[in-house]
Design a protein around this ligand. Structure first.
Ligand SMILES: NC(=O)c1ccc[n+]([C@@H]2O[C@H](COP(=O)([O-])OP(=O)(O)OC[C@H]3O[C@@H](n4cnc5c(N)ncnc54)[C@H](OP(=O)(O)O)[C@@H]3O)[C@@H](O)[C@H]2O)c1
Length: 265
């Protein structure tokens, strides 16, 4: 089969088409003939550096949509010919940027007939991230005010739609050329982060989704209402957070405790 592989870490030029043996599904796995496979920031981060996967050569890709070619021992969820989409187990199950990929049957679902393989192959990693943040972690409810940074991005544009579907009032940040796109997804307001400090345009926020970290994450603490939730997609407690925690404590106006946590990816 053809696959996109790399023998070293580096710039996009390290990616090359190679011919590899077609994999066989292990017990509990399915073999999928790949029709479309999303590309996410974690792909180009792993291309550039070892990150969670030191091994080389490496075929990237966690998102996949395609057709079941074969099923391993014990698989009852799918049969050859089924159209499926899913996310290969992160990080070690990687390998969808190829003509065929194997993964646990439980990592897949039947592809809805109303979307094509390109749409389905774009969804898993970014949509699961957005859903985990908006629904599982923050539990966004109708009427809440949600601020989504990078609202035109891979995670953000899905988070806008999920938050709207929950009945939230959604404010997004994006560069001006993307405001029409973000509004078309249902956002109630869009802030041009290049010309406006979002703290001047959005307050009393129940939930901030932060895919950016750094200064944006630190300033986001200022727009939260008491009890509001900041969900960040990136690791690292930067010193600003710790500094804000001290500054908040020194006001002598806190309620309950301030706690720093060690974030994970
Ligand atoms: N922890 C997890 O499970 C997890 C899962 C998925 C992703 N992530 C991480 O989350 C991050 C975002 O992923 P993604 O796929 O959404 O990224 P992406 O699609 O590459 O994001 C690009 C978007 O970011 C916008 N942007 C850049 N700087 C901005 C700023 N200062 N304010 C507002 N918007 C800004 C850009 O809009 P403009 O062109 O207008 O600047 C662009 O639309 C990545 O670092 C990724 O690794 C983590």
């Amino acid at each position: 089969m053809r696959a996109i592989s790399q023998d070293m870490h580096g710039t996009p030029e390290v990616l090359a088409q190679v011919t590899l043996a077609r994999p066989a599904p292990a017990p509990g796995q399915i073999l999928v003939g790949v029709r479309a496979a999303g590309v996410n920031p974690t792909d180009w981060k792993h291309r550039a550096a070892g990150l969670f996967l030191g091994r080389l050569p490496l075929v990237l890709g966690w998102d996949v949509s395609g057709v079941v070619e074969a099923v391993g021992f014990g698989v009852t969820l799918f049969k050859p010919g089924d159209e499926v989409f899913g996310m290969l187990p992160y990080p070690h199950g990687v390998g969808s940027h190829a003509e065929y990929a194997t993964g646990p049957a439980r990592a897949f679902a039947h592809k809805p007939v109303g979307i094509d393989h390109v749409q389905a192959g774009a969804l898993p990693l970014a949509a699961l991230t957005a859903h985990q943040a908006i629904v599982d972690t923050a539990g966004v409810r109708a009427g809440q005010r949600v601020l989504i940074h990078a609202a035109a991005g891979g995670v953000g544009h899905l988070a806008v739609q999920i938050a709207k579907s929950r009945g939230a009032y959604v404010i997004g940040t994006a560069g001006a050329p993307k405001h029409g796109f973000v509004r078309s997804l249902g956002a109630d307001e869009v802030i041009d982060y290049r010309t406006t400090d979002f703290r001047d345009a959005a307050q009393d926020i129940d939930m901030v989704l932060d895919p950016l970290s750094g200064d944006t994450r630190a300033r986001s603490l200022d727009v939260l209402r008491p009890g509001g939730v900041l969900v960040s997609l990136l690791p690292g407690a930067d010193p600003d957070e710790a500094a804000k925690a001290h500054a908040l404590g020194e006001t002598g106006r806190t309620t309950g405790k301030i706690v720093l946590t060690v974030p994970g990816e």
